[in-house]
Design a protein around this ligand. Structure first.
Ligand code: GDD
Ligand code: MN
Length: 424
């Protein structure tokens, strides 16, 4: 079977990092004939292999995993490589392996980056009832998978390979690396004891979890440590741990830098806040507060553009044009300014999925219409508040601006920048 017949790359899921309750209805590259004989889209186990520059390791790990899992889960598992557009083209090497390994699927991400979101995007595309993750550099001994699977079959919601229980350890880490890993764990116990304290190796990136235990949870992992995200947001009751020795890397090098440690602290604090009272309320309201704050900041910059252009056009020291004409041009200049910053910053994750000038012009026109409708609404509200409710005109204007800002934000989020099926 030549490359290309059955070696399509998986489409990259976009939008929120929610794990679906059921496996995706259709697979993009092939149908799985499960061991039950009938055509089905679900398998017992999906194992994500996140890769960045693992070109020298990928063939070995796919071969070892296949030889290990074929006997225990004949045609009832899948391996999903999620590569972040590695410079060594790991994704392409993996894609070529698909011809030899029918259980292998490959995803190449080119915009979103990072280990933990790679794992979540892999789980979103996965068809398994059990979702797992293993490093792609053979530092996680594959045979431990069988013990983890046995624990899952015995009813665990989560089975973690741990370096810090009997049978665990690290091959030859430097004292600094050991200190940093243990230090990170201690910090986790201080900031988020009820999560980090549930397992002996919260830094582990080698585990498997029941899909139902994390399905529907709004995941928002940061950096390297996907396990604390699963512990923090999943519905995890039964946890099993299996000791393993973290191996020496054979090829390539670790991608861990100081940035992963900073991300880890940000992740802990984010989890702590979101599990607190404010976080639970925010999750209930589910209002994109961060995005709204950015939208407000952009709107504020538009006020300065409006005032400056009005001054240049209307003031005697400028062009001395009539007030209405000057104001109309100033308002439009502010709208274009606001569109540019909203497209590049506030809604950048959505506009990145709608590339091309034609789509951008379309977004600008929609944004314009929404803002002009907002201007009309602003004037109506100002009159009702001032003439009917006798509110002081300055207070009335501020209230009208605040209400219209919500209107502009929400309609633009749902209309101008909404990513439609045709954009994917
Ligand atoms: N897709 C993707 N994107 N994969 C990545 C990225 C990324 O940004 N960064 C690293 N990876 C992949 C690597 O290719 C490797 O397969 C795996 O993630 C682990 O990366 P390493 O750079 O080798 O990490 P490590 O050896 O220092 O291991 C530490 O982190 C792992 C991941 O959390 C240890 O804490 C391990 O226990 C842990 O599993
Ligand atoms: Mn490694």
């Amino acid at each position: 079977m030549a490359l290309g017949q059955q070696s399509f790359l998986l489409p990259v899921p976009t939008g929120s990092l929610l794990i679906p309750e059921t496996a995706p209805a259709a697979t993009s590259d092939r149908d799985f004939q499960t061991n039950r004989g009938q055509k089905s889209y679900s398998v017992r186990f999906s194992l994500i292999i996140p890769t960045y520059n693992e070109g020298k390791n990928i063939r070995a790990i796919v071969s070892i995993l296949t030889n290990l899992l074929d006997p225990v889960l004949p045609e009832d598992y899948e391996l999903i490589v999620v590569d972040d557009d590695s410079p060594d083209r790991t994704w392409e090497i993996a894609q070529r392996l698909m011809v030899e390994y029918p259980q292998l699927r490959v995803m190449r991400r080119t915009t979103e980056k990072g280990l933990s979101t790679a794992v979540v995007r892999g789980w979103q595309a996965a068809n398994g009832e059990i979702l797992g993750v293993i490093d792609g550099d053979l530092q996680h001994p594959p045979q431990v998978l069988l013990k983890l699977l046995a624990a899952m079959n015995d009813g665990a919601d989560l089975a973690v390979a741990s370096r810090h229980i009997e049978g665990g350890g690290v091959s030859s880490w430097s004292a600094v690396r050991r200190f940093l890993s243990r230090g990170a764990q201690l910090l986790g116990l201080v900031i988020l004891p009820q999560v980090v304290g549930r397992v002996s190796d919260p830094m582990s990136g080698y585990f498997m979890v029941q899909r139902q235990a994390i399905a529907g949870a709004a995941l928002s992992p940061v950096g390297y440590k996907i396990l604390i995200e699963v512990l923090g947001r999943g519905d995890i009751k039964e946890i099993a741990e299996v000791g393993y020795v973290f191996q020496e890397r054979r090829e390539g090098e670790s991608k861990v830098t100081w940035k992963q440690y900073v991300d880890y602290i940000k992740h802990l604090i984010g989890l702590r806040v979101s599990r607190g009272r404010i976080g639970r309320i925010r999750q209930k309201i589910n209002f994109p507060i961060g995005r709204f704050i950015r939208f407000g900041a952009v709107g504020f910059s538009g006020v300065f553009v409006d005032m400056a252009v009005l001054y240049l056009l209307h003031d005697q020291s400028g062009l001395g044009w009539g007030l209405t004409r000057s104001k109309a041009i100033a308002a439009e200049a502010a709208i274009i300014n606001n569109f540019f910053w909203n497209d590049a910053w506030t809604f950048s994750d959505m506009s990145r999925q709608q590339r091309g000038w034609r789509k951008r012009i379309k977004r600008l026109l929609k944004f314009n219409i929404v803002c002009l409708m907002g201007l009309v609404l602003n004037i109506l509200l100002l009159n009702v508040l001032y003439n009917t409710l006798h509110v002081h005109y300055q207070v009335a204007n501020l209230l009208a601006i605040a209400i219209v800002t919500f209107w502009n934000f929400w309609i633009n989020l749902k209309l101008s920048w909404r990513v439609t099926e045709s954009d994917n």
